[in-house]
Design a protein around this ligand. Structure first.
Ligand SMILES: *Cc1c(COP(=O)(O)O)cnc(C)c1O
Length: 405
C-alpha cells in the first residue's frame, strides 16, 4: 500500500478531516470549498461559512435543501423497502409515473438514474419506434449547435459542442447538427433517414438561449408532416424551473418524448422519459432496462417532489420570482458596463458579461453567494423554487458588486 493510501485509510474515522481529493479522477475543476450541510436556500461549509445557494446543485434541488416533505417520504421509505428488481411491480414507481403523465402530454414513463441515461433512452426509443413499429428503417437524430445532452457516448455525440467529444472517437453514427432557431437549416437537414429531432427549449449549458415560439411550432408541424418524432430535453428546464412544470408548455405544442432528471428527485439521483401512447409498444419486455431505474426509494422521492411542486403551484411561484429576479438585476446591474444582457425564463436566468465570468463567480463565493456559469461569459442563476424576495435582493446586491468592473 502506498504512503498516501495508508495515510488516507488511517485518517478514516479520525476527528481531523484529511484531504483525500487525490483519490478522485480529476473530471471536475473543484472549488476549494467543502459543503457539509444544507437547509432551504442555504449551505454551510466545514468551516462554518454560510452561502446563499443560487445553483441548486445544477438545477437539482428545486425545493431547496432538505425539504421536510421530501425528507419525510425518503425516511419513511427507508424503513420499508430499498430495492427490488423491475421484474416486480413497484407501487411508488407506478404512482410517480401516473403523476408525470397526469401533469404532461405523455402516457407512459420509463425510469432511469440520470439525464444522460434519460436521453440515451429517448434516442433508443425513437430509433426503435421508427425501425420496429413504423418499419421505415430511420435512425438519424438531428440536434443543435451549442446543445448539451449528456456524457455517455451516444449523448455526447448528440451534444452540439466539439469540446465534449475530444479524444472519444469513434463516436456512434447517425447524428446531424444544425443551427438553433433556423427553420430553413432544419428543412434542409431532414431526410427519409430522420428518426427524431431533439432539442432543449432553453439551451442551458449553451448560454441560456431560448427557442423562438414560431420556430418550435414550425418544428412540430414539420415532424407531424414527415413522421419525425420530437424529443424535448427537459433535464434542466423541467420540474417547474421555467415557470411551467415543463418548458414545452410555454410553446403551445406537445412533444413525443421528454427526458427528465436533475430536479425530478430533489437531489436523489433519478431520471425518466415520458412518451406518447404510440411509442409504448416500441419498448416491450427485453428492449431496454436499468437495474436501478425507479427503485422504491427513488420513486418515493419523485412522488413527494411532484406532489409538492404541483400541489403548491410552485411553477407559478417560479414565474413570479423569476420576473422579480430579472427586474431587480436589470435595475441594479444595468449601469455596470461589464453586463451585456440579462435573460431567461422563470428561475433560470443568465447574466451575459463582456468576458469570462470565472473570477466573478469566485468573488461571489467570497461574498457568500453560489452561482455557476453557462458557457464562458454568462453567469447562470438557478435558485430553488421557494426562494424569497429577500434572498433575491441579497443575491442581486452581491451580483451588482462582482459585475461592477
Ligand atoms: C445536465 C443535463 C444533461 C445530463 O444530465 P446528467 O444527469 O448529468 O447525465 C442532459 N441534458 C441537459 C439539458 C442537461 O442540463
Amino acid at each position: 500500500m502506498s504512503e498516501t493510501k495508508q495515510a488516507a485509510v488511517a485518517a478514516a474515522g479520525a476527528a481531523e478531516a484529511v484531504d483525500n481529493s487525490h483519490s478522485l479522477l480529476p473530471t471536475y475543476g473543484r472549488y476549494p470549498i467543502s459543503l457539509v450541510k444544507g437547509e432551504g436556500s442555504y449551505l454551510w461549509d466545514d468551516k462554518g461559512n454560510q452561502y446563499l445557494d443560487f445553483m441548486s446543485g445544477i438545477a437539482v434541488t428545486n425545493l431547496g435543501h432538505a425539504h421536510p416533505k421530501v425528507k419525510a417520504a425518503l425516511v419513511e421509505q427507508l424503513d420499508q423497502l430499498w430495492h427490488v428488481s423491475n421484474l416486480f411491480r413497484i407501487p411508488n414507481q407506478e404512482d410517480a409515473a401516473a403523476l408525470l403523465t397526469a401533469n404532461s402530454f405523455g402516457d407512459a414513463v420509463f425510469f432511469c438514474n440520470s439525464g444522460a441515461e434519460a436521453n440515451e433512452a429517448a434516442i433508443k426509443l425513437a430509433r426503435r419506434y421508427q425501425q420496429k413499429v413504423a418499419g421505415n428503417g430511420r435512425y438519424e437524430i438531428i440536434t443543435f449547435d451549442h446543445s448539451f445532452h449528456g456524457r455517455t457516448l451516444a449523448t455526447l455525440t448528440a451534444t452540439g459542442q466539439e469540446k465534449v467529444k475530444e479524444g472519444f472517437a469513434p463516436l456512434p453514427e447517425g447524428f446531424k447538427y444544425i443551427p438553433f432557431n433556423d427553420f430553413a437549416a432544419l428543412e434542409e437537414a431532414v431526410s427519409d433517414k430522420t428518426a427524431a429531432i431533439m432539442l432543449e427549449m432553453i439551451q442551458a449549458e449553451g448560454g441560456i438561449h431560448a427557442a423562438d415560439e414560431a420556430y418550435v411550432k414550425a418544428v412540430r408541424e414539420l415532424c407531424d408532416k414527415q413522421g419525425i418524432l420530437l424529443i424535448v430535453d427537459e433535464v434542466q428546464t423541467g420540474i417547474g424551473r421555467t415557470g411551467k412544470l415543463f418548458a414545452y408548455e410555454h410553446y403551445g405544442i406537445e412533444p413525443d418524448i421528454i427526458s427528465l432528471a436533475k430536479g425530478l428527485g430533489s437531489g436523489f439521483p433519478v431520471g425518466a422519459i415520458v412518451a406518447k401512447e404510440k411509442l409504448r409498444e416500441a419498448f416491450g419486455p427485453g428492449s431496454h432496462g436499468s437495474t436501478f431505474g425507479g427503485t422504491p426509494i427513488a420513486t418515493a422521492v419523485v412522488k413527494a417532489t411532484l406532489e409538492t411542486i404541483v400541489g403548491e403551484r410552485l411553477p407559478e411561484r417560479a414565474a413570479q420570482m423569476g420576473d422579480y429576479l430579472q427586474e431587480r438585476l436589470k435595475q441594479e446591474l444595468g449601469a455596470n458596463a461589464a453586463v451585456k444582457d440579462v435573460r431567461g425564463k422563470g428561475l433560470i436566468v443568465g447574466i451575459e458579461c463582456d468576458g469570462p465570468v470565472a473570477d466573478r463567480l469566485v468573488a461571489a463565493q467570497k461574498l457568500g453567494l453560489l452561482a455557476i456559469s453557462a458557457g464562458p461569459n454568462v453567469i447562470r442563476l438557478l435558485p430553488n423554487l421557494l426562494v424569497t424576495k429577500e434572498e433575491i435582493d441579497q443575491a442581486v446586491a452581491v451580483l451588482k458588486q462582482v459585475t461592477a468592473d
